[in-house]
Design a protein around this ligand. Structure first.
Ligand code: ATP
Length: 231
């Protein structure tokens, strides 16, 4: 579904990416791991069209993500570390606004269903986003991704600052997105969550993807050992 080939990026004479290859299938949650500066955000920013690569290709369901940013933004949803929403609008109004921006016009009850299915309690639907916790904002962010039928959900450090209950809720929503056939790419330092939620993991070191592994049968302790030996 997502295919990335030979992605290169330099900043001045510093090579931030040295030929990244990445494949994420439909229904897969891929955790991208690596120390600060390894190149995770650069990879994500290129896939989102925020940064231009020096070389390489990325396709999603055969569509060129790097050459056609408008098509790409219709297919890809992004959850940054802090989900950017309008603080003076309610959760429901934000969902309606961003859905309409993406060309979808649902009924109010459909928006409510989407928010509820993403775990946002009903009493919060009509509260302004300014009063939401980080976990609640993420639920709206995932509802927006679902509303626009995104095929790929990209996330940067989604669990930083979330309490364990919020991480559990978040994991449930992300799994639901993947179970509907979406692909998920998540850059994270949270090894425990990565091994819990991820189907596959990649460990980056100095601009290279040096290990990829499936998560079945791997404990967080095993992953931590491999990670520390790798970075
Ligand atoms: N805009 C930029 N200008 C110059 N150098 C940059 C820029 N963005 C990233 N870099 C450099 O590229 C390398 C990769 O950075 P990147 O942010 O992709 O790493 P990361 O793995 O996401 O790190 P972190 O875990 O800290 O977010 C680093 O050495 C960083 O300093």
């Amino acid at each position: 579904m997502l295919t990335v080939r030979k992605l290169y990026k330099s900043y001045g004479d510093h090579q931030a990416l040295k030929g990244i290859d990445l494949d994420i299938a439909s229904g897969e949650i891929y955790g991208l791991l690596g120390a600060n500066g390894a190149g995770k955000s650069t990879t994500i920013n290129i896939l989102l069209g925020f940064t231009r690569p020096d070389g390489g290709r990325a396709t999603l369901d055969g569509i060129d993500l790097l050459g056609d940013p408008r098509k790409a933004s219709a297919l890809v949803a992004y959850l940054p570390e802090v989900v950017q929403l309008y603080p003076l609008l309610t959760g429901l109004e934000n969902l309606a606004f961003f859905s309409e921006l993406a060309g979808f016009d649902y009924s109010k009850s459909k928006y409510r269903d989407l928010l509820s299915s993403c775990g946002l309690q009903e009493e919060a639907h009509n509260q302004r986003i300014g009063s939401y916790s980080k976990g609640m904002r993420q639920k709206v962010g995932i509802a927006i991704a679902m509303a626009k039928n995104a095929r790929l959900l990209v996330m940067d450090e989604p669990t930083s600052g979330l309490d364990p209950r919020a991480v559990e809720d978040f994991s449930t929503q992300v799994r639901a997105f993947a179970d509907q056939g979406g692909a998920v790419l998540m850059a994270t330092h949270d090894l425990f969550n990565a091994v819990g939620i991820g189907s596959r993991l990649g460990i980056m070191r100095r601009g290279e993807l040096v290990h990829t592994l499936g998560t079945s049968g791997i404990s967080a302790a095993d992953l931590q050992k491999l990670y520390l030996e790798t970075i």
